[in-house]
Design a protein around this ligand. Structure first.
Ligand code: SF4
Length: 365
C-alpha cells in the first residue's frame, strides 16, 4: 500500500509533535471523554481559533455530562449561536441526555456505543477513544484527509465513497502501536499547521522525504476538489417587528431544517405574503420599510435575505398572536418579544443573519 513503512511515518510525526505540536489547547487540559467529545464536535467545520472562546464558555456553563443533559435546549443553543451548523449543538444535548438515561451518566468506552450517539461518526468516535482513552483508533477528519491525499498522491475527491474507504485503510495502517493519543493529535496538528489547504509549509514538514505530492512538485493538486455544482439561490423576506417597548418579535423555528430550534424573525416567501399576513392580523402594512438585501450562504445554497422593518410603536391595531410563517412545517410557532440588547447578549440562540440585523437596528437607535 504505502510508499514507506507505516512505523516510519508515525515516528517522524511523533518526533515533530513532541517539539512542535500544540500542547496547550483548552481541551488538552484535564482530558476526559466529555471534554474531548465537545471539542471534537465544535472543531467539525470550524477552526481552532474560532472554537476556543466558545469552548471555554460552554465548559464554564456545562462542565460535565449531567449539567449539559439538564440544561434546556435554548441554553445550549445560545452557547452555540455564531458557530453555525446548529445540529451539532442539538445532537450534543440529545446525546448527553441519552448517556444519562442509558449509560448511567458515564461516557461509554466502546466504539459501537460511542458511534451510536447522535452526531458522532467514525472519525469523532476514533478521536475520543484515542485522545481521551489512548485506544488504537484511526481518525479521518478534513485535515487528515488532506494530509493522506497528498502524502499518497490520491487521485480522486475524498468525499467519494471509494476514495474515502481507501483513505480509511491508509489511516488505519499508519496508526502506530502505541501513543495513540499523541498520534491523533499530531496528525491533526500537521494538517492544521503545516499541511494547510493553501500554501502548505512543506519545508518544515517531518514527512516531506516520502510525500508523493511533494515529489511531484504539485502539492496543491491534492486533495482533488469536489466536482463543481452551482449553488441554487433562494429568497426570504424577514419581518422585523418592533413594538412600543422597542422589543422585537421572534419565533422559534422547527427542530428540523435550517436554524433548527433557534429563534428567528418571521419569514415569508415574498413581500406580498408578508403584507397579506399583516393585513390579516389587522396591522398597518403601509408602514413597512424595505432595508437593503444581503446574501447568507449555506453549504447547499445561497439565501438572499430581504429585511422588512415595521415600527409598531407608530401603528395601532396590532394584535400579538401565534402565527404560521413560511417554513416547511405547519406547526404553531412559539412566539416571543425580546429587547435588542438581550438578543445581542445571547439570551436565546439566534441565527447569524438575525444578529447582523439586530446590530444594524442597534446602530440606528
Ligand atoms: S510535504 Fe507538504 S504536502 Fe506533503 S505532507 Fe508535508 S506539508 Fe503536506
Amino acid at each position: 500500500m504505502s510508499n514507506q513503512q507505516p512505523p516510519q511515518f508515525a515516528t517522524q510525526l511523533l518526533d515533530w509533535f513532541d517539539s512542535n505540536g500544540r500542547h496547550d489547547l483548552p481541551w488538552q487540559q484535564d482530558i476526559n471523554s466529555y471534554r474531548v467529545w465537545v471539542s471534537e464536535i465544535m472543531l467539525q467545520q470550524t477552526q481552532v481559533k474560532t472554537v476556543i472562546p466558545y469552548y471555554r464558555r460552554f465548559m464554564q456553563s456545562f462542565p460535565d455530562i449531567n449539567t449539559l443533559a439538564e440544561a434546556s435546549q435554548e441554553q445550549v443553543l445560545s452557547h452555540w449561536a455564531g458557530l453555525g451548523y446548529y445540529a451539532r449543538g442539538r445532537n450534543l444535548h440529545k446525546a448527553a441526555q441519552l448517556i444519562m438515561a442509558e449509560h448511567n451518566g458515564v461516557f461509554p468506552k466502546d466504539f459501537d456505543s460511542i458511534v451510536g450517539l447522535p452526531g458522532i461518526g467514525r472519525s469523532t468516535a476514533g478521536a475520543i477513544l484515542s485522545i481521551a482513552l489512548n485506544q488504537r483508533f484511526a481518525i479521518l477528519d478534513g485535515n487528515v484527509k488532506r494530509v493522506l491525499s497528498r502524502f499518497f498522491a490520491i487521485e480522486g475527491w475524498p468525499g467519494e465513497k471509494r476514495i474515502e474507504s481507501k483513505l480509511w485503510l491508509l489511516a488505519d495502517e499508519l496508526t502506530p502501536k502505541q501513543r495513540f493519543d499523541d498520534y491523533t493529535q499530531a496528525i491533526m496538528d500537521l494538517g492544521a499547521t503545516l499541511c494547510t489547504r493553501s500554501k502548505p509549509n512543506c519545508e518544515n514538514c517531518p514527512v516531506q522525504s516520502s510525500c508523493l505530492a511533494f515529489k511531484q512538485e504539485d502539492v496543491t493538486k491534492y486533495p482533488f476538489k469536489k466536482p463543481k455544482k452551482e449553488k441554487p439561490i433562494k429568497q426570504a423576506w424577514l419581518l422585523i417587528r418592533q413594538n412600543q417597548n422597542a422589543q422585537i418579535c421572534l419565533y422559534q423555528r422547527p427542530q428540523k431544517g435550517i436554524w433548527g430550534g433557534l429563534w428567528s424573525l418571521p419569514e415569508f416567501e415574498s413581500y406580498q405574503a408578508c403584507e397579506q399576513y399583516l393585513q390579516s392580523e389587522g396591522s398597518c402594512q403601509q408602514s413597512l420599510i424595505e432595508w437593503d438585501s444581503f446574501r447568507h450562504t449555506f453549504s447547499h445554497y445561497h439565501l438572499d435575505i430581504h429585511p422588512l422593518y415595521l415600527d409598531e410603536s407608530v401603528v395601532s391595531g396590532v394584535k400579538d398572536q401565534r402565527a404560521h410563517y413560511n417554513d416547511d412545517s405547519n406547526e404553531e410557532k412559539p412566539e416571543g418579544w425580546y429587547s435588542i440588547q438581550s438578543l445581542l447578549k445571547g439570551e436565546v440562540g439566534i441565527p447569524a443573519p438575525v444578529v447582523k440585523l439586530m446590530n444594524r437596528l442597534d446602530e440606528t437607535k
